[in-house]
Design a protein around this ligand. Sequence first.
Ligand code: AVJ
Length: 340
Amino acid sequence: MKRLISERSVWPSPHFVQEHRQDMVAVCAELVTGLTSSPARLAPKYFYDALGSRLFDAITELDEYYPTRTEAAIFESRVREMARHVAAGAVWFDLGAGSCAKAASLFGVMRPGAYVPIDISVDYLRGSVAALQERHPALPMLGLGLDFSSALELPAEADAWLSGHDLRAAARCVFYPGSSIGNFAPDEALRLLGQARALCDGGGAGSGLLIGVDRVKAKAVLDLAYDDALGVTAAFNRNLLRHVNRLLGSDIQPAHWRHVAFYNEAESRIEMHLQAVGAQTVAWPGGQRTFADGERLHTENSYKWTPEAFEGLLRQAGFGEVTHWSDERGWFSVFWAQAS
Ligand code: AVJ
């Protein structure tokens, strides 16, 4: 049946869905559990308040922090090769999409059939998705607010949206750039990759995962990447305390905590900690904790992988054919893992 021009020119506007948010009671309980554990710990997801997100953007511009620009160069030089694997017309699920800039830079060559950016809060996506929709008026877009670190599963509303756009049988590309997979310990990473694989299985032939992974390398390079000369990463780390104070009503003094970051070779991971400068007591409504001078609060792990080990992980998660692209120094890799 012929369609009227006027009908076709009614372009879609982005749709948004927010999965249940964690309530403040649960957030505070999690923070108190972390603060009262030995050693104390706070999850890296709390880095990213408004200032933290800006500080992270600043980190990506540091000379020492190679991952972002190395990954961008791999995509830039190899996108045509990648496009032979990623089906045109696929529904793209962009994990931790934020500004949507990385995925959007690939659209011209990759030709997705729909775009589903996912971030912990749909509020982080509204502005960027609306702007992107203007540049790609004919591309259906669904912004999803979802904490995929606890479970990567499509809400029923997202399934309905895909059906409504005749996209239930389309190939699916799960896009997870930036080496954020590094925040997960190997067993948790395996679980998330398994869920990504299951998400691919919901789509047609040619589905798969396109993921950026930071690699094991010389300790000196890694140490500097997480402890830069300007102290931006130190500020990023300490800012977590400001954010926690706001969430919990605690009185932690960022100035009294020193940034500590190092590559733990035995565990293949960067560890970031905050170390108490002088003994101190931290209080919050309903509790408190005393820290000895030099006592540490663990804020982040960032695991590094060899290509062999990461390919093994992808296979364990049930993926089939695996391809990867790297920079000349072998510092970063982008993997394509076919779902079947
Ligand atoms: C956003 C998790 C990929 O581990 O390199 C950067 C976060 N922490 N500098 C990383 C981070 C300190 C980053 N990831």
